[in-house]
Design a protein around this ligand. Structure first.
Ligand code: ATP
Length: 350
């Protein structure tokens, strides 16, 4: 019997609601798989933990997280809970750095045309993966101490050879099993750091002669994502560009409630929706749980290439089947289904 221990970090805002829904779906899925078992343990991390104990991500919790087989995270941060310098607490970003989860894997898939603000041409589909470098880029010096009362502030775009190489390689590896197309998104015409990133990408691309590549400036990509998102398969970019474009990409397929993600390193992995804690809808039972449920599917796939993969496919098919019925829409998708109604519909379709 394959047995996996999962740390569940519900976090803040809608985090507890969407992780609860996901654990229900995962338990129902596991019940249908042979020789496969998950045990869940909940840990407290986030703005709520800071208010209770003064630290949103205690070091002892980070150490404990390393003992689990995988981590399922809801959402973290609250707009009113900030550090003295004015920025929000972002333990979900800190975890990526502490556990070296350099691959931000963000699948974007349109499950039903009515979810998209775009007119979808006959025979076209939105189905791509955005790979976000998670541990450096423009977020790299975000925690650096600054001089107080200075009359300027800077942030640093840090690209290392190691960081660029490993995210590019992971991207090509994903493309190998898809439609074999990779787009690099950068700003190599203006920023030296981005020209360096492109140089490393070009070197890695040579190892994958069967994969078609293109290089697109980030501003042009913002345009292409709206005009012709259908042509993309896998794309890779630095941390901040990935942060922005993944929200835009989510908007093409129904919004943040439809965008799962996996943050993967060589040893550990965290699975979480791409969205934040959405405090304005928290506690109302209306959050869309699908981004987190699909992240749960990514977790099963990462944990176990055989039975886990079958579980992941089962969840993805159930989500797809559920969403074919246009009545099955939460408020963000223009419907009226609650979080629990949506979750139960998915479980019924497993
Ligand atoms: P962060 O900076 O932490 O990523 P954010 O500022 O991008 O957060 P989100 O919390 O992701 O903000 O919310 C963006 C918008 O999407 C809000 O209007 C929010 O209500 C909505 N939203 C996010 N997630 C969901 C969800 N699961 N279901 C319904 N609406 C959602």
């Amino acid at each position: 019997m394959a047995h996996y221990n999962i740390a569940v970090l519900p976090g803040d805002g809608i985090g507890p609601e969407v992780t609860e829904a996901t654990c229900q779906v995962l338990k129902a899925t596991v019940d249908k798989l042979d020789d496969f078992d998950l045990a869940f343990e909940t840990l407290s991390v986030g703005a709520g933990e800071y208010l209770k104990n003064g630290d949103p991500l205690p070091e002892s919790t980070v150490e404990k997280l390393k003992t689990y087989d995988a981590i399922l995270l809801g959402a973290m941060g609250l707009p009113d809970v900030r550090w003295p310098n004015g920025v929000e607490m972002t333990p979900q970003v800190d975890i990526r750095e502490k556990l070296d989860l350099y691959q931000g894997v963000r699948p974007i898939k349109l499950y039903n045309e009515i979810h998209s603000p775009l007119r979808i041409p006959q025979g076209k589909d939105i189905d791509f993966v955005l790979m976000r470098e998670n541990c450096e880029g423009l977020f790299s010096a975000r925690l650096a101490k600054r001089e107080e009362n200075s009359d300027f502030a800077t942030d640093t775009m840090k690209i290392t050879r190691k960081g660029a190489e490993r995210i590019c390689r992971a991207t090509f590896e994903i493309a190998k099993n898809r439609r074999k197309k990779v787009a690099l998104i950068d700003k190599a015409n203006v920023l030296q750091s981005m020209a360096f990133f492109r140089g490393v990408f070009d070197e890695v691309a040579q190892e994958y002669p069967d994969i078609e590549t293109e290089r697109i400036y980030v501003d042009a990509m913002a345009l292409f994502l709206v005009q012709d998102p259908f042509r993309f398969d896998v794309m890779v970019t630095e941390n901040m560009f990935g942060d922005i474009l993944s929200d835009q990409a989510a908007g093409l397929v129904g919004g943040m409630g439809m965008a799962p993600s996996a943050d993967i390193g060589d040893k550990y992995a965290v699975f979480q929706p791409s969205h934040g804690s959405a405090p304005t809808i928290a506690g109302k039972g209306i959050a869309n749980p699908i981004a987190t449920i699909l992240s749960g599917a990514l977790m099963l796939r990462w944990l176990d290439k055989d039975v886990g993969e079958r579980g992941a496919q089962r969840i993805e098919s159930a989500v797809s089947q559920t969403l074919q019925d246009t009545e099955n829409r939460t408020v963000d998708l223009g419907g009226s289904r609650s979080t629990s109604e949506m979750t139960n519909a998915i479980i019924a379709n497993l």
